[in-house]
Write a protein that binds this ligand. Structure first.
Ligand code: GLU
Length: 425
């Protein structure tokens, strides 16, 4: 990969929003972005916070805090998932919303960026409680959402089931079925073939593209995947199908290791039969506290959550390539150390953009009233990912910048150029 310039170590980064802003500022500087436009893009367009009273199964009333942040609608309707997680807070949602703007711009789809979140623990809630919470959240966001305005999708803690309820609640209020208001729906409700595996598939495509540049042969390469949710499990499966030896996987129950490679399909089957947890999986060596992030392998795929790679553990990373399946897994203060060690990073806003790309296809199909084959969805999303990788790679050479900064440069330039064309008050 190209020799690159990384900014001076970014210190005192307190949350994902500051991590996002610090990379954004570096890219804006390299790009020579006018201060006026920098100011437009640095803050979200809209921020809505709500408190949602929901009746629990035991009859008690619980109040949940929810947010929807629209970072930008410059490229089109804003797009982004809704996260159900105990750690949800407004700074996190703001960062995730901005990342969606950059992500959609990097893969060149006509969307702005948004994100939603509800502070809750869906693992401890019944299906009925989750349904009432989803409906309450959707009802509170009726003025924000819309197929031409703001289009939610799944994220951590939500999936097709929640998207079905969201679509239904929105549709009830409109008096007609509006399936294009939400993506990531179940197939029968207008979901797209290929959507469930789409993010993991994009991780695989961008990992292979980076491996090629690094002269790594997939069949000789080793890998670990931290996080075994939708993104991690599909990325691990698709990488192993391409011949990569996935030595380790992990989830909150611990780490599972096999020097000769884990049978990923077997692990996924186990997880599906065990309430989405790897707990008790016995076809690999179990360790409650082995740290996959510092494992001695070629490729590291962090696919869990933000800020797991930090200044405190960056020094110990042995992988030559990091492919960010999660949003924001590397905090900005670790960038310089990772560079110093010669590690290549395929950044989140590129690596995990396969999900939103297929969300876009789902929305297109809903609006056409038509269904594409799985083969067509995969072919088109693979092409989007490959073209985006090449675009970012060439920018990184042009500006002697890391792939991460190059991805921000591509994205900011696109949004800024569009803003100038659209004009302002
Ligand atoms: N939550 C996913 C992401 O972070 C998907 C968003 C979408 O499909 O709109 O990229």
């Amino acid at each position: 990969m190209a020799a690159y310039i990384e900014p001076a170590p970014i210190k005192d980064v307190k949350n994902p929003f500051e991590s996002m802003m610090s990379r954004f500022s570096v890219a804006a500087q390299i790009l020579g972005l006018e201060e006026e436009i920098y100011n437009v893009l640095k803050s979200p367009t809209k921020q809505v916070s709500v408190h949602l009273p929901v009746t629990m199964d035991d009859g008690s009333l619980k109040v949940f805090e929810g947010h929807r942040v629209v970072h930008s609608s410059i490229l089109g309707p804003s797009k982004g998932g809704v996260r159900f997680d105990p750690g949800v807070n407004i700074d996190e949602v703001k960062a995730l919303a901005a990342w969606m703007t950059w992500k959609c711009a990097v893969v060149d789809i006509p969307y702005g960026g948004a994100k939603g979140g509800v502070k809750c623990n869906p693992r401890e809630m019944s299906s009925g409680e989750v349904e009432r919470l989803v409906r309450a959240y959707t009802a509170a966001m009726l003025d924000v959402f819309g197929p031409d305005r703001d289009i939610p999708a799944p994220d951590m803690g939500t999936g097709p089931r929640e998207m079905a309820w969201m679509m239904d609640q929105y549709s009830r209020a409109q008096g007609m079925t509006v399936n294009a208001v939400v993506t990531g729906k179940p197939l029968v409700l207008g979901g797209s073939l290929g959507r469930v595996a789409a993010t993991g598939r994009g991780v695989m495509v961008s990992a292979l593209a980076a491996m090629e540049k690094l002269n790594m042969v997939p069949t000789k390469a080793t890998c670990v995947v931290q996080g075994f949710g939708n993104v991690g499990a599909n990325a691990a499966l698709l990488l192993s199908e391409r011949g990569v030896t996935v030595k380790g996987i992990s989830d909150i129950s611990g780490t599972y290791w096999n020097d000769n490679g884990i049978d990923i399909l077997d692990a996924i089957k186990y997880k599906d039969s065990n309430s989405q947890s790897l707990e008790g999986y016995s076809n690999a060596e179990y360790s409650p506290d082995r740290d996959l992030l510092v494992a001695d392998v070629d490729v590291l795929v962090p696919a869990a959550k933000e800020d797991v790679i930090t200044i405190d553990n960056a020094d110990k990373i042995k992988a030559k390539l990091i492919v960010e399946g999660a949003n924001g897994p590397t905090s900005a203060d670790a960038d310089a150390k990772i560079h110093e060690k010669g590690i290549t990073v395929v950044p989140d806003i590129l690596a995990n953009a396969g999900g939103v790309s297929v969300s876009y296809f789902e929305w297109v199909q809903n609006r056409l009233g038509y269904k594409w084959s799985a083969e067509r969805v995969q072919r088109r999303s693979d092409r989007i990912m490959k073209e985006a990788f090449d675009r970012v790679y060439h920018k990184s050479i042009e500006h002697k910048a890391s792939l991460r900064i190059a991805a921000y440069i591509v994205a900011i330039k696109k949004v800024a150029d569009t803003f100038r064309l659209r004009g302002s008050f």
